[in-house]
Design a protein around this ligand. Structure first.
Ligand code: C2E
Ligand code: CA
Ligand code: CA
Length: 617
């Protein structure tokens, strides 16, 4: 096997493991067990162990040992710096210790009598684990025969050490956050999550679901009626007991798709229900169950109370695309329910907000905008990390709607998709980009390569290469001035004709990128057969870098994989200096995001590129 192929296989395996949700959610010890097993199996090494440095930095303790063919062993072993000074010195200074013949190697021969000989070890590959600047442990690969460690093996051991370092950082952070987290996220009366956690949960669900179009969720805003009267009559303590009792009942309700329940205000609760597509059908039943739970008699100090609730209902994505919009819709619906006589349920509809948009009107307006070529395209620079030069741009469609103003594609692509307008829309964007290139050239500007997003509908249409070739010709543009981005999702079908279409685009001189990488689950072996030269790491992985260990680990392994496949990588959605630095250090050589520039109209792009040019001179 070639070294390159081996390298790719190793990193693919690490990528696959670190992508697995059970791995991500496992505790540290099980993560180490899984990593040691992976290394043992893959490199066919008899012993793989993890060791942890003590706080005084003079001793390492074994955490787990994986023995090939025998499984895991947690028997503690201790090695001290006093007994093994050369080894500890090497660990602190070297990136890896690759002692093919460990019994003769000056760094490791201290171990001969007490360790290597009794265990039959001949060869050793150790990669230190650093947390920040501190040496915090080591991964140890021990073979029972002398062996020369290859470059892919050494790089793999380092990648695993890096992964553990990220796990450590994350653990420490979690410990310090737990205490704080309880105070800021829970309500002490009911023990329920509070408004802040509800917000965060909605945000997370939206992040997840914005990538999958068949899923949605319902937000029920439950407001108890007349709690003030109870507080007035029985004192605040009585009111609190009512709230705690109802919280308990709601908590114990079994409802299909039930997600988080939170206390979001004095007498207000929010409940989230996940579902496939539109969930209106089951809504009545759901609300009935909640009303029952609320209205069962409550006995407090010999008094029997019957409560009711006004419930506002809204759905993602129909009634709001972000957390705040959804909460506003839920609240608006709840107020409406209250006004129409309490103990009611009200589903959100657009009349409740004056700003709400009608989908049907939108569809016919969009059809018109496409046919009259009034859709706009904004450009976002893609920057080379080292030189900070703009090396490409991405074309992003925009719609300046007569009433709603500038609309982002997330607001109208769904409408276009449902109306079967994606091909026309795509063609309209392509034409606009070509026109802008032609016009820029005429005015003496040299626009960098522009990446255009292709919808699944477009790459499934085998006429696409002809359409592109026609436009290149019509506007006098060279194929390499255009690139195309295709999402992982769009290429998941295994069609020969799609492969042919992609190859023809490449033959026209256009490079291809895989967009939003990491969100789908592309078969990596397939990637190798498709003509992609670039891979864009999805914004959702970049967002929490460098704080989120899982995201860092995934990004690292994507970078490793891309390197192995000889692909360039673009980090998307870079917003902070920390993200820029981390990505640059990890070798992500192309960056895109608000840190450099938001998507801008062509005029502003030309200015931007002139400014960049001048500052570079
Ligand atoms: P995408 O291809 O992943 O494009 C990047 C999106 O991330 C753009 O949103 C861009 O404005 C946004 N973005 C870039 N940098 C940052 C950042 O630092 N922070 C944040 N928060 N966001 C950033 P936009 O323009 O709203 O486009 C959304 C999606 O719509 C695109 O995601 C793409 O999938 C699709 N799209 C846009 N234009 C077209 C088009 O012409 N054709 C097709 N088929 N799809 C398009
Ligand atoms: Ca894109
Ligand atoms: Ca993207």
């Amino acid at each position: 096997m070639s070294q390159n192929k081996t390298f790719i296989d190793f990193h693919e395996a690490l990528l696959r493991l670190s992508h697995r949700s059970d791995f991500i959610n496992d505790n540290r010890s099980r993560k180490l067990a899984a990593l040691s097993e992976l290394a043992g199996q893959l490199l066919q090494v008899e012993r793989v162990s993890f060791w942890k440095m003590n706080p005084e930095d003079n001793r390492i303790d074994s955490e787990v040992l994986f023995r090939l063919g025998q499984g895991h062993d947690y028997h503690p072993i201790v090695l001290t710096a006093g007994d093994n000074p050369d080894y500890f010195r090497a660990l602190r200074t070297a990136r890896v210790i690759d002692a093919g013949n460990a019994r003769d190697d000056y760094r490791t021969r201290d171990f001969n009598e007490k360790y290597f000989k009794p265990l039959g070890i001949h060869s050793l590959l150790d990669a230190p684990i650093f947390d920040g600047g501190r040496l915090s442990g080591v991964i140890c690969l021990e073979a029972e025969t002398p062996r020369t460690w290859t470059l892919p093996e050494i790089s793999f051991a380092t990648a695993i050490a890096d992964t553990v370092s990220l796990i450590n950082t994350h653990e420490a952070w979690i410990r310090s956050q737990k205490q704080l987290d309880y105070v800021t996220h829970y309500d002490s009366l009911t023990g329920l999550p509070n408004l802040q956690s509800c917000r965060e949960r909605i945000h997370t669900l939206i992040q997840k679901m914005s990538r999958r179009q068949d899923e949605g969720f319902t937000l029920l805003w439950i407001d108890l009626d007349r709690l003030k009267a109870i507080n007035d009559g029985m004192g605040a303590a009585g009111g609190n007991r009512v709230i705690a009792e109802i919280a308990n009942r709601l908590r114990n309700l079994y409802l299909e798709g039930r997600d988080k329940l939170a206390r979001i205000g004095g007498d207000e609760f929010a409940m989230l229900i996940r579902h496939q597509g539109n969930a209106d059908l089951k809504l009545d039943h759901l609300v009935q169950q909640i009303q029952h739970a609320v209205s069962d008699p409550i006995v407090i100090d010999d008094r029997t109370l019957r409560m009711t609730a006004s419930i506002g209902v809204c759905q993602y994505p129909r009634d709001g695309l972000d957390t705040e919009a959804l909460l506003r819709s839920g609240e608006a619906a709840m107020y409406h329910a209250k006004e129409s006589g309490r103990a009611r349920m009200q589903t959100f509809h657009s009349d409740l907000h004056s700003t709400a948009r009608s989908r049907f009107a939108l569809e016919s307006e969009l059809r018109q905008a496409i046919s009259q070529h009034t859709l706009d395209v904004f450009y976002q620079p893609i920057i080379e990390a080292g030189s900070q030069a703009m090396v490409a741009t991405e074309a992003l469609v925009r719609w300046n709607h007569p009433q709603h103003g500038w609309m982002s594609p997330i607001e109208f692509l769904d409408v276009a998709r449902n109306a079967g307008l994606m091909q026309e829309l795509g063609e309209s964007v392509l034409r606009r980009v070509c026109l802008d290139h032609q016009e820029a050239a005429r005015r003496g500007h040299d626009l960098p390569t522009t990446a255009i997003n292709l919808a699944a509908e477009q790459i499934m249409d085998d006429r696409l290469p002809r359409v592109v070739a026609g436009m290149l010709d019509e506007y006098g543009i060279n194929g390499h001035q255009l690139q195309f981005e295709v999402t992982e999702d769009a290429i998941k079908g295994d069609s020969k004709s799609m492969q042919g279409t992609l190859n023809e685009l490449v033959a026209l001189g256009c490079n291809l990128s895989i967009d939003d990488f990491g969100t789908g689950y592309s078969s990596l072996s397939r990637l190798k057969h498709l003509p992609f030269s670039r891979l864009k790491i999805d914004r959702s992985f970049i967002r929490d870098i460098p704080d989120d260990a899982d995201d860092c680990a995934i990004t690292l392994s994507i970078l490793g994989l891309a390197r192995g496949l000889g692909m360039q990588v673009v980090g998307e959605g870079v917003e902070t200096e920390e993200q820029r630095q981390w990505l640059t250090v990890q070798g992500c050589n192309l960056l895109q995001g608000y840190l450099f520039s938001k998507p801008v109209p062509i005029e502003a792009l030309l200015e931007y590129s002139d400014r960049r040019l001048h500052s570079a001179l």
